[in-house]
Design a protein around this ligand. Structure first.
Ligand code: ATP
Ligand code: MG
Length: 175
């Protein structure tokens, strides 16, 4: 069954486990290094080694990979993408900041819609189906997280994604 159908039916199989956020992000940026090099985009990671998230790793990876792919695709030349994180209670916020083409104000409410591509993507001669963010948002919400962004056309875009942090629950003895 296609991912998109599974997502719409809420049927993604999720197996949650503890995983290093830095390991996940490093493996994605390594996979995309040919693309980022060719696009003249440098990727800077600022994520501590000890942050473990509680997620289905392949789904969290899929979501982050889509966002990093977008950050490279909608970059300028040269471009810079910075990926950092902030922990807050039981969540970690992953911050993906690019200095790319940005998203026009009037189109910002639409970019999570299926097949929507902003009008300024035409200038970046990039192909795409407009499904990426729709899938990302569905995955993130099924992982118990949330997503939002800020963007200014011609200046850049910052996506914030939250994931639950892995925690070891201490069971208090009744005695
Ligand atoms: P694909 O399905 O291959 O990912 P896509 O990249 O066009 O295609 P989405 O990832 O859903 O589709 O993104 C939707 C639109 O949001 C993009 O077409 C682009 O207009 C805008 N967008 C997303 N991320 C960024 C970004 N980092 N900077 C500027 N625009 C962006
Ligand atoms: Mg995309």
């Amino acid at each position: 069954m296609l991912d998109i159908t599974k997502i719409e039916q809420g049927k993604l199989d999720m197996v949650h486990e503890s995983a290093s956020l830095l390991d996940i992000v490093r493996s994605i940026t390594a996979d995309l290094s040919g693309y980022s090099d060719k696009s003249n985009v440098s990727i800077v990671l600022d994520i501590p080694e000890n942050v473990y998230i509680h997620v289905d790793v392949s789904r969290a990876r899929q979501a982050l990979q889509n966002l990093i792919d977008n950050a490279i695709k909608y970059s300028k030349n040269p471009g810079r993408v910075e990926i950092s994180c902030q922990t807050n209670g039981n969540f970690v916020k992953v911050i993906l900041k690019d200095d790319g083409i940005g998203i026009p104000d009037s189109e910002q409410p639409k970019i999570f819609s299926r097949f929507y591509r902003a009008s300024n993507t035409a200038d970046s001669n990039s192909g795409g189906s407009g499904l990426g963010l729709y899938i990302v948002r569905s995955i993130v919400s099924q992982l118990g997280g949330s997503i939002f962004f800020e963007s200014k056309e011609g200046v850049g875009t910052t996506f914030n994604v939250t994931f639950p942090i892995y925690e070891i629950k201490l069971i208090k003895s009744e005695f």
